[in-house]
Design a protein around this ligand. Sequence first.
Ligand code: UT7
Length: 332
Amino acid sequence: MRKVKISALGCYTPQRVLNNFDLEKLVDTNNQWILERTGISERRIADPGTATSDLAVEAAKQALAQRKLAPEDLDAILVCTVTPDMLFPSTACLVQKRLGATHAWGFDLVAACSGFLYGLTTGAHLVGAGTHDRVLIIGADTMSRIIDYTDRGTCVLFGDGAGAMVLEPLAENDDQRLGFIDFLGEIDGSGGDYLKMPAGGSRMPATAETVQKRLHFVHQDGQQVFRYAVRKMYEVCRDLLQRNGLSTRDVSLLIPHQANRRIITATAERLGLDCNRVVINIDRFGNTTAGTIPLATRDAIEARRLSKGDLVLFAAVGAGYTVGASLWRWAY
Ligand code: UT7
């Protein structure tokens, strides 16, 4: 296997801000409850007519520009999303066409909040195997399209956003310790009912009744998901570190999925990581599903909290359930 590095990152969030005070006008909630229970102050919402591929393309263009790559340089594009523009064709095909990535194949990957990490590890294996030189991983979700803005239990949580990373082999003159180290994933379908969009697939196609019953929106048992997430975020990080002979002392930065500030701080506490080694930006973006990890990474870079050689631990838990963590030594 070749060693693989993340060589560029691009992100995009829509301009429009939906803050907690705006939500107070839509549902029976208040700024204090949202802040205390979730850590979220505001989130970004895409304009009508904007779809996930639009966010994905903007993030992709930034990542390509950062590395001075042409779209034709890409060998594959993976779009991790639960809000594709439509069921098919895949959003990867739409993005490939819009970018003009004429040499790339690709596909969509559905793993909800763990999507970006599943994409990263899939891409790392394509590059590691030696069959692909440049793979673009995009995490993009337009959650506002599947959120019920009459349900206070979910509408306060989610926002729209996208991020993209370029994966390539380490160059000969790169420090060979940099790049991808390991990934640990787990799925547990017994949690499937606790977070889902019930209708719109082959089990329950769209009918007037499914629309009237609001079954094309996100349905969540928040407490169940919360308990599972707190336990699994910790366990997957602990196990991944252990099997690589590492401890939390070695971790420069934990970049977790941003679903709830309390889930992140509980994970960090159990791991014994203080807050200056954990990235939290949920206050500004809410939960953007597959977008959170690249968005949080971007913020860490901009705040100069991430440098070449740092050991980065990514972790996520999401609908499915899906669980994942991956370890990288940051390469730029
Ligand atoms: O990334 C995908 C994975 N998703 C997650 O990780 C989400 C995990 N879950 C959570 O983050 C939390 O469970 C929530 C933020 C969704 C809810 O927080 P909670 O502390 O678990 O609240 P709860 O569901 O236990 O509700 C407590 C109370 C209830 O009122 P009663 O029954 O005690 O009178 C709720 O009806 O808070 C009420 N409530 C609200 N009140 C004001 C629920 N949502 C709201 C709201 N504003 N938006």
